[in-house]
Design a protein around this ligand. Structure first.
Ligand code: SF4
Ligand code: FES
Length: 255
């Protein structure tokens, strides 16, 4: 079916600053091409607001290609909107109809406080990564060629799937407990499965889990909402792997 232009009503969370009280405001937006992306639709709204002398809506975005994880929005009550395995920036207006009302809100989680309008502070994820989400590399000139260490295909595929996590935070936003275990599970798994990552595995999982707890994320109660809403289809098996890694690291460190 050919794309057409539609008229929509937007109900958007507006909040001046982290400290001020926010509220939903209503905007009518006409002539939105269904071929445009969701963020292009927001650009169109902002152009109208600026031309009318009003404050544009603040929202996060960067790559607009589904790889950076910045475009984190609740759309009609769903993280990243109605389509499966799609980030907000890759969502198109053809997923909506003429006359639709669309609710747009920031991530709702205590660990991701609102900075302004639809922008939240996700630096808690950065701190978890900094706690151990890396491999220390010898850059002295004696580094071994990566291909010199064979990796079984099964493990390489699982590690690659885990590495697809873009750190968007939809898993946290979707979880009634505000748990970050899918994100941390993916980050732990991508290294735990590879020989290069095994060297620091024991320290890594303990430090990342400790940081996750310190940031105030909730625990996992297996509702699977994170897996359903994740735009990169990160599997729950990564949480199970993280739990196994954590348990064996703890037992090992107590001996
Ligand atoms: S696990 Fe999925 S939802 Fe969570 S941060 Fe990674 S990509 Fe986003
Ligand atoms: S803007 Fe980078 S993933 Fe959407």
């Amino acid at each position: 079916m050919a794309d057409k232009n539609i008229n929509i009503t937007l109900k958007i969370w507006r909040q001046k600053s982290a400290k001020s009280k926010g509220k939903i405001e209503t905007y009518k937006l006409n002539n939105v091409s269904q071929a445009s992306s969701f963020l292009e639709m927001l650009d169109q709204l902002n152009e109208e607001l600026i031309n009318g002398g009003k404050e544009p809506v603040a929202f996060d975005h960067d790559c607009r290609e589904g790889i950076c994880g910045m475009c984190s929005l609740y759309i009609n009550g769903q993280p990243h909107g109605p389509d499966r395995a799609v980030t907000t920036c890759q969502l198109h207006m053809r997923s909506f109809n003429d006359g639709d009302t669309i609710y747009i809100e920031p991530w709702r989680s205590a660990a991701f406080p609102v900075i302004k309008d639809l922008v939240v502070d996700r630096s808690a994820f950065d701190r978890i990564q900094q706690a151990g989400g890396y491999v220390s590399v010898d850059t002295s000139g004696n580094t071994v060629d990566a291909n010199a260490t064979p990796v079984p295909k099964f493990d390489a595929d699982r590690a690659f799937d885990a590495a697809a996590c873009i750190g968007c935070g939809a898993c946290v936003a979707a979880c009634k407990n505000g748990s970050a275990m899918l994100f941390v599970g993916a980050k732990v798994s991508q290294f735990a499965l590879l020989p290069q990552g095994k060297v620091e595995a024991t320290k890594r999982v303990q430090k990342m889990v400790e940081q996750m707890d310190e940031e105030g994320f909730g625990n996992c109660t297996n509702t699977r909402a994170c897996e359903v809403e994740c735009p990169k289809e990160i599997s729950l098996e990564n949480i199970a792997r993280m739990n196994r890694e954590y348990l064996s690291a703890k037992i090992g460190s107590e001996q």
